[in-house]
Design a protein around this ligand. Structure first.
Ligand code: PHE
Length: 341
């Protein structure tokens, strides 16, 4: 009997060692320590033994059980057992955990839509730096140093300079007009969406950091009528309904004539509400016919060329489209707000 026990112990230990995976090991366990296992059977039969033999043999059999159990446990660990891998511990019928997918910010969605619409009208997307030099942001746009028009843009000037010229955070996307014209010959049809900065107090309608989309079309025979047609079509497609526009005379140093473009308030259908200050109109962009001095600054001949330019508030577009009353919500990183889009 004792010999049997020793043989059992040796073969069981060998089996445990040789088990290559948890399934093998489980088989070995069942063979010896399982409910119908060999050792379990021996332990169960102890009660039928004469008491003299029982105590010595029982002790030994229990020791073997303990040794095997320990060997089994440590081999289990070696083979990478954990609660997760234990067979049957994964409830395949349990409902899955929903993976939270992110989505695009409403401003990004707006930018993509703007690019898509103008793209379909033949406008190419152009880009420029957010840190600009003074010449591109002002001088080339007919706003020389000391000119009162510079006060129209409250500027973040930087301490850094290039060639002794101060740098700044661009106050509008108009410098992209200059950069693009310097590198390309007409005809030109571009939009330049991007981030702009102004040193302003913030309120529901103003942020120090906001988004614009610039537009520029240059050719031999461009008129205000072309501008009106393009912008009208854009609004119609952007808001997916007919939108009335009106042009009001305005002033920008880089366009002549200049105008401001209002759309009939999309929120109240032009009836008048708090968002449009009860006028029924909502100011969307500044625009005009490109000033001859701007064309000269980039080396074009203003005699043969004309064009229109516009600068539209992209945040304002998004606010109108999604009926958002406060521009600051775009930058508040509030999930309750962002998850609605
Ligand atoms: N850059 C002007 C602004 O930010 C808008 C504008 C662009 C006006 C192009 C006319 C032509 O206010």
């Amino acid at each position: 009997m004792e010999n049997n026990l020793k043989t059992l112990k040796n073969t069981a230990e060998k089996g445990i060692k040789q088990a290559k995976n948890l399934k093998d090991l489980d088989g070995v366990f069942r063979l010896y320590l399982g409910r119908k296992g060999e050792l379990t059977g021996i332990l169960r039969s102890l009660k039928d033994m004469p008491s003299k033999e029982r105590s010595a043999f029982g002790k030994e059999a229990n020791e073997v059980r303990q040794v095997l159990q320990e060997a089994f446990d440590s081999r289990q660990k070696e083979l990478g057992w954990s609660n997760e891998t234990q067979e049957g511990s994964i409830d395949v019928t349990a409902p899955g955990q929903k993976i939270q997918a992110g989505h695009l910010h409403p401003i990004t969605q707006t930018r993509r839509k703007v690019e898509e619409i103008f793209g379909s009208m033949g406008f190419v997307v152009a880009d420029g730096p957010e840190v600009e030099d003074e010449w591109h942001n002002f001088d080339a746009l007919n706003i020389p140093a000391g000119h009162p028009a510079r006060d129209l843009w409250d500027t973040f000037w930087l301490k850094a300079e290039i060639n002794k010229k101060p740098l700044l955070l661009r106050t509008h996307t108009s410098p992209v007009q200059i950069r693009y014209m310097q590198e390309h010959k007409p005809p030109i049809r571009i939009i330049a969406p991007g981030r702009t900065f102004r040193y302003e107090a913030t309120d529901a309608g103003h942020e120090i950091n906001f988004y614009q989309v610039e537009g520029l079309m240059i050719d031999e025979n461009i008129s205000v009528a072309n501008f009106k047609a393009v912008i009208q079509e854009f609004f119609k497609r952007f808001f997916e309904k007919d939108v009335t526009i009106r042009l009001r005379p305005s002033y920008f140093p880089f366009t002549e004539p200049s105008f401001e473009v209002d759309i009939s308030c999309v929120l109240c259908e032009g009836k008048g509400c708090s968002s449009c200050e009860h006028t029924g109109w909502f100011e969307m962009l500044g625009a005009g016919m490109v000033h001859p001095k701007v064309l000269k600054a980039v080396g074009y001949n203003p005699k043969n060329l004309r064009g229109f330019a516009f600068g539209m508030g992209m945040d304002r577009l998004a606010m109108m489209k999604y009926k958002i009353p406060d521009v600051r919500m775009f930058f508040a990183s509030d999930l309750k707000f962002l998850k609605q889009f």
